[in-house]
Design a protein around this ligand. Structure first.
Ligand code: ZN
Length: 221
């Protein structure tokens, strides 16, 4: 029963955040400096490189953005978030995305994420983009996008050459119901754009609304 499972995880993560804040002092996840609040110190935050041209591409009513450069503080923080389960960083990341969306006057009805298959979820332990999407939806008073699924396991994009990345993901996403309204999809790192392209292609079959794909960081190779 998916609904029950997701509310259990939501409650649990809120509880664990609460417990961490009471019993553990805060340290900057990137430089280890002791800080009063949050998990990125102000100095590290200042070092985040915001992109001068966040718009990557526009295809009709579908827009692709990336907010920061995937390097330095951001690269370090995102790697710790994804691979070392520093879930506490989801607050900082969600805030960066919400600020971007609000300052660009982007209004959406739904906030979605890059889905994983059950196997992929078990391997990673959590879906890092789902956690972001849930926080962002809450902050923006939007709904979490229902019905977007990953229907087959794929190789990790990071292990593949650029040319293989698109075919690896081809037809791996499906949307089960028609969606009325505008949609924000959040992702952590935009690299070749294969995920963004495949996912929005699946979504476009089931909506006439705007699709705004926003990645926290962009890797420029
Ligand atoms: Zn720091």
């Amino acid at each position: 029963v998916p609904k029950k499972t997701s509310s259990f995880f939501t409650d649990y993560s809120q509880l664990s955040n609460f417990v961490e804040e009471i019993f553990f002092p805060h340290f900057c996840v990137v430089c280890n400096k002791k800080i009063e609040e949050d998990y990125l110190c102000s100095r590290c935050k200042q070092e985040i490189k915001y992109l001068d041209y966040p718009l990557i591409e526009r295809v009709g009513n579908t827009l692709f953005f990336a907010i920061t450069a995937y390097e330095g503080v951001m690269e370090d923080a995102i790697k710790k978030y994804k691979f070392k389960s520093y879930k506490i960083l989801s607050n900082e990341f969600a805030e960066i995305i919400v600020k971007f969306v609000v300052s660009n006057k982007i209004n959406v009805d739904y906030v979605g994420f890059v889905p994983m298959t059950r196997n992929e979820l078990l391997r990673r332990g959590f879906n890092q983009t789902e956690l972001l999407a849930r926080k962002i939806a809450k902050k923006m008073n939007a709904k979490t996008l229902p019905g977007l699924h990953k229907v087959r396991n794929t190789k990790k994009q990071i292990e593949l050459r650029k040319s293989e990345r698109l075919s690896n993901l081809r037809n791996s996403f499906e949307v089960s119901n028609f969606i009325k309204g505008d949609i924000l999809i959040v992702d952590d790192v935009y690299t070749t754009g294969a995920t963004a392209s495949e996912l929005t292609k699946a979504l476009r079959k089931k909506t006439d609304g705007k699709i705004i794909f926003v990645a926290l960081a962009r890797a420029i190779n």
